[in-house]
Design a protein around this ligand. Structure first.
Ligand code: Z5A
Length: 218
């Protein structure tokens, strides 16, 4: 099972990944992130978000996020899924479509095609969209990295982009409105959904093994 957390800046993804770590201890989970889920990715992350001495163009930035993802999938995500681990990733393909596509203005279909190429058929089973009003999310940030420094209008495009993607794939996305929920309330919602989803999956796998001819009706 491959789960991703997405959302505008300040929506609480990092907080939720940390809270999930508390239930992940005894389970077969891997918690990871984009960008920066590998040693190579950490170097790219520094260039992309913190190093103010360089300014990659929008296309160069896109390619760096894709490089980070390619390495991450090959060396971390695929091996973990092959060991039947539940992989939970802080940001993934949707962030690229939203930040480099909807917000920076690069071609969205081209980015989706690049994602398909880099992911080699891998797609999240379930994506939590932590939705937040851009003003509130932006107000929560204590310090701002290079992308967050783009400002409030950029954040508004980001939020609208995520909501648009969620409307295109309602079966994959689970939207959580975090505007009026505290950190633990959001955590409960995420945890419950993951537990329910995991049970449904194991039930389906068991049924497929026992009644293979029923597979199409599942
Ligand atoms: N990016 C991209 O452009 N293209 C791509 O393909 C990918 C990424 C993969 C990653 O930075 C950046 O890379 C990101 C998009 C871009 N944009 N930026 N910057 P990151 O991973 O370091 O940053 P982030 O994912 O945006 O995290 P963040 O900005 O730190 O926000 P967050 O993780 O969503 O929020 P948080 O750190 O958990 O919480 C922020 C504060 O709010 C903190 O004080 C919490 O205690 C508080 N908080 C959290 N939840 C709540 C609730 N429910 N109520 C009240 N207060 C809360």
């Amino acid at each position: 099972m491959f789960i991703t957390l997405e959302g505008p800046d300040g929506a609480g993804k990092t907080t939720q990944i940390n809270l999930l770590a508390s239930i992940a201890k005894n389970e077969n989970y891997l918690l990871t992130r984009n960008p920066g889920g590998t040693e190579f990715g950490l170097k790219l992350r520094e260039i992309l978000l913190n190093d103010n001495s360089v300014s990659p163009s929008a296309i160069a930035e896109l390619m760096l996020y894709m490089s980070d993802r390619a390495q991450h999938i090959e060396t971390v995500i695929k091996p973990a899924l092959a060991k039947n681990q539940i992989v939970i990733c802080d940001r993934f393909i949707d962030s690229t479509v939203v930040y480099q596509g909807y917000a920076r203005g690069l071609n969205i279909d081209f980015i989706k095609g690049l994602n398909d190429f880099v992911c080699q058929g891998l797609k999240p089973d379930l994506t939590f969209l932590l939705d937040i009003d851009a003003n509130i999310g932006f107000g929560r940030l204590k310090s701002k990295d290079k992308i967050e420094a783009e400002g409030l209008d950029f954040q508004k495009k980001v939020r609208a982009g995520f909501l648009e993607l969620a409307s295109q794939e309602p079966n994959r996305f689970e939207i959580i409105d975090t505007n009026a929920l505290n950190e633990l309330q959001v955590h409960e919602k995420i945890k419950n959904k993951i537990m329910t989803y995991a049970k449904t999956l194991s039930f389906q796998q068991l049924t497929r093994k026992t009644f293979p001819k029923c597979e199409q009706s599942l």
